[in-house]
Design a protein around this ligand. Structure first.
Ligand SMILES: [Zn+2]
Length: 228
């Protein structure tokens, strides 16, 4: 009985609320007619510099949701992301799963991640926050509400971390891309199976297709505010 109450209050209610926030997020991006490339779990020396080079050569912007622990390991890459005009967002410090952690651990991970990333930002606008795995529990939901975090999700997910070729990633994205798409890719790997080269070659093909179709990419903040 206690377990059912716990699951309902700690997980189910936040899951329902997160679903509503997520729906609203997608409808705002669609209304503003933007397309965004987003990268999670970095920075990583094995892929972030190559991705930056591709984006900068294409003259386009992206949003990087950084893990605090990786930002501390690779501060020069974070500075390079910011200095070349891309946006950085907060993705927690250690990527804790909100449903598998107690309230204290999960909130501390968000606070620590937010503080780490904030040091590198130039903008005074509220920082975007993407919850690890897209999940929140009751404690992290309340924290994000009271800390006025600007929530960021995605709606195109090629699962690049488990694919074995960049072409599979790119084909999945290109088939679905339209105004309102927020594409989720990973420059960080976090011990996952696939090579970082899969994402790098996928980005190369996606950018070629985007340019070929005459589409423009925006940062996620531009897509949310409509100021591009
Ligand atoms: Zn992540």
């Amino acid at each position: 009985m206690l377990a059912i109450i716990y699951i309902n209050i700690y997980i189910l209610i936040p899951w329902l609320v997160t679903g509503l926030i997520r729906k609203r997020f997608s409808s705002i991006i669609k209304r503003n007619g933007c397309i965004c490339l987003t990268f999670d779990d970095g920075p990583d020396p094995g892929s972030t510099p190559q991705i930056l080079e591709l984006l900068n050569t294409a003259g386009t912007k992206a949003t990087f949701f950084l893990l605090g622990e990786n930002a501390e390991k690779y501060p020069d890459i974070v500075r390079k992301i910011v200095d070349t005009g891309h946006e950085i967002g907060d993705h927690s410090y250690r990527h804790t799963h909100a449903w598998k952690c107690n309230p204290f651990q999960s909130v501390v991970d968000l606070i620590r991640g937010g503080r780490t990333i904030e040091k590198y930002r130039k903008s005074k606008e509220p920082i975007l926050f993407r919850p690890p795995y897209g999940k929140l529990n009751l404690a992290t939901l309340m924290y994000t509400f009271f800390a006025r975090k600007r929530m960021a999700f995605w709606n195109v997910d090629p699962k690049d971390y488990q694919q074995h070729s960049g072409k599979i990633v790119a084909d999945y994205v290109i088939e679905r891309i339209s105004r309102g798409s927020v594409i989720l890719l990973h420059d960080g790997r976090r011990n996952m199976a696939s090579s970082p080269d899969v994402t790098v070659s996928g980005v190369r093909l996606i950018l070629e297709a985007v340019i070929g179709k005459g589409l423009t990419l925006n940062t996620l903040s531009e897509a949310i505010t409509g100021n591009s």
